[in-house]
Design a protein around this ligand. Structure first.
Ligand SMILES: [Zn+2]
Length: 258
């Protein structure tokens, strides 16, 4: 790797990111894109822990993280940003500390709040990309709508039990949004939660890792293969399935006349 392409990265950064720079299609130009990027992650839980750690490790320059909860002992089997000594602390604060310890070049802005209809657009604005790593449909609906209206690309991941799902919603006239897949809020009893059916930490982490991969590709200006597909992971069977997603003319968010 010639020194002429290393931009203004310090010797320490050049060593830290040397394996990124060797990657086909990345190089120091790609690393500079990651450094200049602003990514918001909604939820510093099981999925968000993995996604945030890998984005920080990769050298994304500015990370926003939204989480309005405190660390609970029952979180620790999957939420690897937090340790035993963090129980009772604010998740936003604990996560920020872990990310700073991993990569001090990464700036972290925390939003220690719950997203609501009256604050979500303000939080999302100004980010290049949003990762939805939350654990409930009302927040997913809020985030996906705000991203679509603000024209911010979204990578949405979900996990419960042994299963995970992943998709990308890239605002554009030809692309399906999240609501094309889930038009109406499912009733609470129809949506299994980790508090009811449990969740394997490694499955949540798998989805967070896959989400980080899609995010890092999008930040390079590449396509996500999940813009028109849904990736479903069955951890018990050890199987991935990818199914087509289509734009719905009658979608309540992006359909004709919206
Ligand atoms: Zn739609």
């Amino acid at each position: 790797m010639g020194t002429e392409n290393q931009g203004d990265f310090s010797p320490e950064e050049r060593e830290r990111y040397s394996r990124n720079a060797l990657l086909a299609g990345v190089g120091w130009e790609g690393q500079a894109r990651w450094r200049a990027a602003r990514v918001l992650v909604v939820g510093a839980g099981g999925i968000g822990s993995a996604a945030l750690l890998y984005l920080a490790a990769a050298g994304v320059g500015y990370l926003g993280l939204v989480d309005g909860d405190a660390v609970d002992l029952s979180n620790l089997q999957r939420q690897i940003l937090h340790g035993t000594n963090d129980v009772g602390r604010r998740k936003a604060e604990s996560a920020k500390e872990s990310l700073a310890a991993l990569n001090p070049h990464c700036r972290v802005e925390t939003f220690d709040l719950r997203l609501e209809p009256d604050n979500v657009r303000e939080v999302v604005q100004g980010f290049d990309l949003v990762l939805d790593s939350c654990d409930n449909f009302p927040t997913r609906f809020l985030v996906s709508e705000a991203c679509w209206r603000e024209r911010v690309p979204l990578v949405s991941a979900a996990a419960t039990g042994w299963h995970g799902k992943l998709l990308a919603a890239i605002p554009g006239p030809e692309n399906p949004c999240y609501r094309c897949l889930v038009p109406e809020l499912p009733p609470a009893e129809a949506s299994p939660s980790s508090t009811r059916i449990g969740i394997l930490g490694a499955v949540a982490g798998t989805m967070g890792c896959l989400q980080a991969v899609e995010a890092l590709k999008l930040l390079l200006g590449w396509e996500s293969g999940l813009t028109r597909r849904l990736l479903a992971y069955d951890g018990r069977e050890g199987r991935f399935q990818s199914v087509e997603r289509v734009k719905r003319a009658d979608c309540p968010l992006c359909g004709l006349g919206k």
